[in-house]
Design a protein. Sequence first.
Length: 434
Amino acid sequence: MSKKNKTAKLTIGTTGQELELPILSGTQGPDAIDVTSLYKEAGVFTYDPGFMSTASCDSGITYIDGDKGILRYRGYDIAELAKGSTFVEVCYLLLNGKLPNKKEFNEFNRTITEHTLVHEQIHFMYRGFPRRAHPMAILSGAFASLSAFYHDSLDINDPAQRDLSAFRMIAKVPTLAAMAYKYSIGQPAVYPRNDLSFSENFLHMMFAVPAEEYKVDPVLAKAMDQIFILHADHEQNASTSTVRLAGSSQANPFTCISAGIASLWGPAHGGANEAVINMLEEIGDVKNIPEFIKRAQDKNDPFRLMGFGHRVYKNYDPRAAVLKDTCSKVLKALGQINDPLLKIAKELEKIALNDDYFVKRKLYPNVDFYSGIIYKAMGIPTSMYTPLFALARTVGWVAQWREMMEDPAQRIGRPRQLYVGEKPRKYTPLSKRK
Ligand code: CMC
């Protein structure tokens, strides 16, 4: 981050006070006006609910240009990473800022592999949940509870302990997610296998049963890996900002990631992939699409086209572009190319992309539009879609949390407010209240 000699001039209308605020520049993207001294100098706050124009931090991890539809991790284009790298390589990249060489990769891969088991007590904890529990509820709870098991990696001021907790979370999240699924269907948890790759191991833990051998389909493992890469980080979205805010109070990383999982669960964020499938099933037939398009445009109807629109992308979400292609490959490999939901999805996309309402508001398909169809074809139940997002995003949350903890200027996050409540009132005791 550099301070240019540029400043922004601000005149406070109520007092006539004039201020010169520094303008900060990153390596790419819009400049930012530094308002940190504003309250001290002029006694006013900035007001920006929803962070429409506010950068909450500086970060060197992920770059998005929403107008151009660009997403890069540490400078590398997302489509190139999804095509050429494995998820574990991308984890290394997000955490360390560079792609690993072979030796670094092998070491890192070994470390992650060696941390995939979870404490046996956690299996007992799962048994306390009702079988119908949403896996996100279990996952969020399980993450917070990891801090009860790993006292040797809770010192956030020790870089080695921060690393250890990072490895543990990235390695254990597939185990915890698959365990939540197995628990919901009454099957025994499948233990991780160190001879499999990250994504093969996850699919194995999801679909293997003790009674027979399960062979992981390489097309599905590749698709899973790509999906994990595409979801690995997305700069300061709601869940990542939640992780940072939770971490800013020096809370331990397991509980911070648990908070991120809770935030991701919402249908406006990570819950949208589940909502997309529900919507496509509700549409039911291509002939019903116009009715749903009309509903999405009706301000008196809360219905929205799920998997469409994004706070940052005002162009085709680059992750959706990769997934559209992956979706066709997976359905072909599984002999489901004529899947009726895919047909509805493609037609819906075509109609929406040419509809004035969507064009004017720059509403394009987002990452969730095609991921659900892939999951469905793989036999993953809808309740597991958001846990899969959480699984992949854990590395992003961890990388962002670590970046924040390594920043010497880091301080507790504490937004201010514009108070619109009652002015001081006279208190009346209960006995005298009418
Ligand atoms: N269907 C119909 N209209 C929409 C949609 C949609 N999916 N998304 C936005 N709009 C309209 C909205 O009604 C508003 O219209 P107007 O200007 O006439 O009032 C305009 O577009 C701007 O919408 P907004 O709600 O102010 O935009 P936002 O940046 O606050 O919301 C969003 C972004 C993703 C929450 C929203 O587009 C949405 O609800 N999409 C559906 C849910 C979804 O797919 N979420 C997944 C996001 S990608 C995964 C992730 O990163 O978590």
